[in-house]
Design a protein around this ligand. Structure first.
Ligand code: FES
Length: 580
């Protein structure tokens, strides 16, 4: 990509607030001077908003205020004026009904904070799952120069000598307790071993995946994704990013220059190579929708299909983010993709260099953590996009997290109308279910839950677990935690609450899954399906007011990224009228 930097010096948007000597200017400038800023800070230098998703209730981002200080140092060094701006922080492990419902609200709020205030460029200080896509969406919609700095992953967890991964082992241990293989006391003992430092989940869960997506898109400096949260190099990365954003503003290097279709294709292939979270599908579709790139579910299948998973990290593999960093991190993966012909090498990054310039000289320090392409963890590591009468608009499955013997399966549906129905009946010994059945969960999509909860990897019935069975085919319109695994069909669209076929699946129906053929079929006649759909009425709870109402009324399907319909697109950063 040929990028031609803008001329410098020139008048920046922040000067609409701080430049000149009018009454309005003094109103804006005079008040902020109460923080002790000298006159020359308002001389036209770039004002950099450090959009900080720190919150005590977002523990994965709990260290971002310290990191913001390093970003500020970098901005000062490069001649900019840093301002730290707290933004909506959607914590994965705290928000109810689900952080996903607030991703769009966070994106909306951050977008308006960037546009409505005297900011020339932004450092997106993110970490926990939704914080990264929400701020990328905001940056895409304003198209102000922006750079991502993630908080970095936690150090490895260990329990009784065994390496344990955030989330991944929580699911494993809770199933072990249900199966009688682990005591409740042992389960509680494991809790404290899991999160032993600041940072995000240490598996290749959604947070690490989205950090990798930001880097593969070119929106973060090379090497950002894997540096542990507590490593001194994380702070160096923050400082260097602070320096870099000042030059990006001077050059007018914008998200739309970086997040092009080739950049998204690089990210999709990277997701396959790292064995990344299915949540990346929804988030990248939403970010693309904001920046005006025509990205579809079919691009996910097309681009990811021939990409082998070479990163041996949980939940699919053995290691954790700390080892990924020691092995060389994402630049090694990007180099491998480039060597295999799977990378648009000329995609521009926030450094001003191409992605290939950034990674071609790196070295792999551990070939068991980042495997050679001819000895992958999974030969086909992409996201499979399934279609058929059960998912006319698509559904997704992560083959690398699924069981080989279930990738082609025909089974009897056992239906749960919603998550409460599932919880009420799953442990019932009288439930008519065995390991050959297909578990179907409805009303957990963007409208139905509302917010599309991470419940798609619903636990197996205890009576099946006790037989030593650890996986069954599960189908829903929900999402799945990036730390989870199993033969789990997700994001089924249209969702049940929108009247998709999923809504009319009945107990005893036969369902066919064929991942190789990308097929998901409800085995009833077309006439029967039409008749059931004609008599269907919604059963999910419809909210009457507040943000939940706004979300339910305007959220789009998972197949297009589950953004709110009125937020799609890039609105730029026009400077509004002054009100004084
Ligand atoms: Fe926040 Fe995993 S729950 S990063």
């Amino acid at each position: 990509m040929t990028f031609i930097p803008a001329k410098w010096p020139r008048k920046l948007r922040s000067q609409e607030w701080y430049g000149g000597n009018s009454r309005d200017t003094i109103y804006h400038r005079g008040w902020i001077k109460n923080q002790g800023h000298p006159d020359d800070l308002f001389d036209g230098r770039p004002v950099i908003g450090i959009m900080n998703t720190w919150s005590d209730l977002t523990p994965c981002n709990g260290h971002l205020r310290e990191l913001a200080e390093k970003v500020k140092a970098g901005v000062w060094e490069a001649g900019g004026f840093p301002v730290e701006v707290p933004v909506f922080s959607a914590s994965e492990n705290t928000f109810r009904p689900t952080a996903m419902m607030y991703r769009n609200l966070a994106a909306l709020a951050t977008e308006e904070q960037m546009r409505g205030q005297p900011i020339d460029g932004a450092v997106l200080l993110v970490g926990c799952d939704k914080t990264t896509p929400s701020l990328l969406m905001a940056a895409a919609s304003t198209d102000l120069p922006s750079i991502v700095v993630t908080g970095g992953p936690m150090l490895n967890g260990y329990f009784r000598g065994e390496r344990i991964g955030s989330g991944t082992h929580l699911w494993k241990f809770s199933e072990a307790v249900k199966a009688g293989d682990m005591t409740q006391e042992e389960f509680l003992e494991a809790e404290t071993s899991m999160s032993r430092s600041s940072g995000t989940c240490n598996t290749m869960g959604t947070a690490s995946t989205m950090a990798s997506m930001a880097e593969a898109l070119g929106m973060a400096l090379s090497g950002n994704a894997a540096i542990p949260a507590v490593d001194s190099r994380r702070r160096v990365m923050a400082q260097l990013s602070g320096r870099r954003i000042v030059q990006m503003v001077k050059d007018d290097l914008k998200p739309s220059d970086v997040m092009t279709k080739p950049a998204f294709e690089n990210a999709i292939r990277t997701n396959g190579a790292i064995g990344g979270s299915t949540n990346a599908v929804i988030h990248l579709l939403a970010v693309a929708g904001r920046v005006g790139v025509d990205l579809t579910l079919d691009d996910w299948d097309r681009c990811g299909r021939d990409v082998a998973t070479i990163v041996n990290l949980m939940p699919s593999g053995d290691y954790l983010m700390e080892e990924f960093f020691y092995a060389g991190g994402l630049p090694v993966v990007l180099k491998r993709l480039g060597e295999a012909g799977h990378l648009h090498k000329d995609a521009l990054t926030v450094s001003g260099e191409t992605i290939w310039d950034e990674v071609q000289g790196v070295q792999n320090w551990n070939e068991d953590v980042i495997r050679p392409v001819d000895n992958p963890l999974t030969p086909q590591g992409g996201i499979a996009v399934l279609r058929g009468n059960l998912a006319p608009d698509g559904a997704v499955l992560k083959p690398s997290a699924a069981s080989e013997h279930l990738l082609k399966h025909r089974g009897r549906a056992v239906v749960f109308e919603d998550i409460d129905d599932y919880k009420a009946r799953i442990a019932d010994e009288a439930l008519d279910i065995d390991e050959t059945c297909i578990m179907v969960l409805k009303n957990c999509g963007p409208k139905g839950y509302p917010g599309m909860a991470e419940v798609g990897n619903m636990g197996l019935p205890p009576k099946v677990l006790k037989k030593g069975i650890t996986d069954m085919v599960r189908i829903s319109d929900a999402r799945m935690s990036g730390t989870a695994y199993g033969t789990v069909v997700l994001h089924t669209a249209p969702e049940a609450a929108a009247g998709g076929t999923l809504a009319v699946v009945e107990n005893g129906d036969m369902i066919e899954l064929d991942v190789e053929a990308r097929r998901l079929h409800l085995d009833i006649s077309d006439d029967e399906l039409a008749s059931r759909l004609a008599s269907w009425t919604p059963s999910h709870e419809q909210r009457e007011s507040g943000y939940e109402w706004l979300h339910q009324s305007h959220v789009m399907g998972a197949d297009t990224g589950a953004d709110l319909d009125f937020l799609k697109g890039c609105r730029g950063s026009p400077v509004g009228k002054d009100s004084h």
